[in-house]
Design a protein around this ligand. Structure first.
Ligand SMILES: CC(C)(COP(=O)(O)OP(=O)(O)OC[C@H]1O[C@@H](n2cnc3c(N)ncnc32)[C@H](O)[C@@H]1OP(=O)(O)O)[C@@H](O)C(=O)NCCC(=O)NCCS
Length: 401
């Protein structure tokens, strides 16, 4: 498995790191494709792998939904473009549905890969290059929060991250984290360092309550005898504006570092508003989380809503026929009731990719109508569903998998 993925993702694993890497692969859900025709190579050798992390994802309304986080997808370079990924995706969808997971998510190595399988871009994030100690607007109470900086370890910090994420309200974030995903987040291997220091862990507390955390590495370089180090933040989360301010005040003011690379910053994150000179941070919008709706009824009924609506949608789904067709979505009191409605004419017509894009409330249905990706058959229907599905907090996944 590691051999296939090191071919696919161009990395090498030191013998001493094999165990640590295998701890990050969810073997109970992993699948491979092996050669059965000797004209393709040695019969029985593995040529493609994938797996998925099983977790609950936070969705709008504060609910959580069982999710299959697709991961470790790799096809050996000698066997690419013969349909192996397509075969694995069909297998992933069927098994996730059988397990009762209405949604699959992923981070895309290349954005062009997964849209053909119905994944929609549901969360965008900002990548920023913060200078040393950028000026931030005041937040009362921020300076009183305590900060601890330590070497990162699964044993010391796994429980902190899990407990924090269970409380974290950002749509798109993990509310639960399986062991293998936690290992990939917190286990440090030398091959991953790219010349930087071992993984570090920052904890921000208000009394006994963890209000922010981050993993990061510093790379200490010198330019013409001047320190020019870079701090790279790998994963992070903060629950309040005060915690956000305290965390980033520390991460941007480490000795000998001249810049801090941040990512997984929601487009409405408090830090964006606290930065006095946002332009200097050169915010760069990227694709964060892709969402694939595997079960329309369970997915739509599994999240909360901002307002009432009653619309009939016609959904097209090339891979999962059970999703395709006409559905009546009746939303009242923040709760949706979704049922097949073959007899009605649609108010909106959309593909499963667009439903996935809108699912976390960060992309409005009306914007997809403006982009000619959704058809509004009944005037006002896109606005009604868009208002209901919008999220007051922009979605983001605060760590990659
Ligand atoms: C991406 C990858 C898994 C594709 O595997 P594959 O077996 O070659 O894919 P398939 O043969 O099933 O291709 C299916 C379709 O996707 C397209 N496709 C595959 N990789 C693509 C890419 N990187 N960008 C755009 N389109 C891509 C193919 O052209 C094909 O299109 P078609 O259906 O119109 O003919 C493989 O190339 C790989 O391992 N890449 C490196 C690792 C990686 O990026 N993994 C994904 C991690 S998120």
């Amino acid at each position: 498995m590691l051999d296939i993925d090191s071919w696919a993702f161009v990395f090498s694993v030191r013998p001493s790191e094999v165990e640590a890497n295998l701890d990050c692969f969810p073997f109970d859900r992993g699948r491979g494709i092996e050669i059965v025709d000797h004209s393709r190579g040695p019969v029985g050798s593995l040529v493609a792998v994938h797996s998925s992390f099983e977790f609950s994802m936070r969705v709008p309304g504060g609910e959580t939904i069982p999710t299959a986080g697709l991961t470790w997808v790799g096809v050996h370079q000698g066997h690419r473009r013969r349909g192996l990924l397509t075969a694995m995706m069909a297998d992933h969808f069927a098994r996730s549905r059988t397990r009762g997971e209405p949604v699959s998510t992923l981070f895309a190595a290349e954005p062009g890969i997964y849209q053909r399988y119905g994944y929609g871009l549901a969360a965008r994030d900002l990548h920023m290059k913060l200078g040393r100690k950028p000026e931030l607007r005041d937040v009362p109470g921020s300076d009183e929060l305590t900060v601890t900086l330590e070497s990162c370890s699964l044993e010391d910090h796994g429980a902190i991250v899990r407990e924090f994420q269970a409380r974290y309200q950002r749509p798109g974030s993990n509310a639960t984290i399986p062991d293998s995903q936690l290992a990939s987040l917190l286990v440090d291997t030398e091959s991953n360092r790219e010349g930087a220091e071992p993984l570090r862990f920052a904890t921000v507390c208000n009394g006994d309550v963890v209000v922010a955390w981050a993993t990061f590495r510093r790379k200490g370089t010198w330019e013409d005898s001047e320190p020019d180090g870079v701090t790279k933040v790998i994963a992070w989360g903060a629950t309040t504006a005060a915690a956000t301010r305290r965390l980033w005040s520390v991460l941007t003011d480490l000795d000998l570092m001249t810049s801090t690379r941040s990512w997984a910053m929601a487009v409405d994150d408090p830090l964006v508003h606290l930065l006095v000179d946002e332009r200097a941070a050169k915010p760069d919008v990227r694709d964060n989380l892709w969402v694939r709706i595997l079960d329309v009824k369970a997915a739509l009924e599994g999240r909360g809503y901002e307002s009432d609506a009653d619309v009939v949608v016609r959904i097209a789904d090339a891979q999962i026929p059970e999703n395709a067709g006409l559905w009546r979505v009746t939303i009242a009191g923040g709760v949706a009731h979704v049922s097949p409605d073959a007899g009605s004419s649609p108010d909106l017509t959309l593909g499963i990719q667009e439903l996935g894009a809108a699912y976390l409330g960060g992309v409005r249905i009306e914007a997809l109508v403006h982009a000619a990706l959704v058809t509004e058959n009944t005037p006002g229907a896109a606005g009604a569903l868009g208002n209901a599905m919008a999220s007051p907090l922009a979605p983001v996944s605060n760590f990659m998998f």
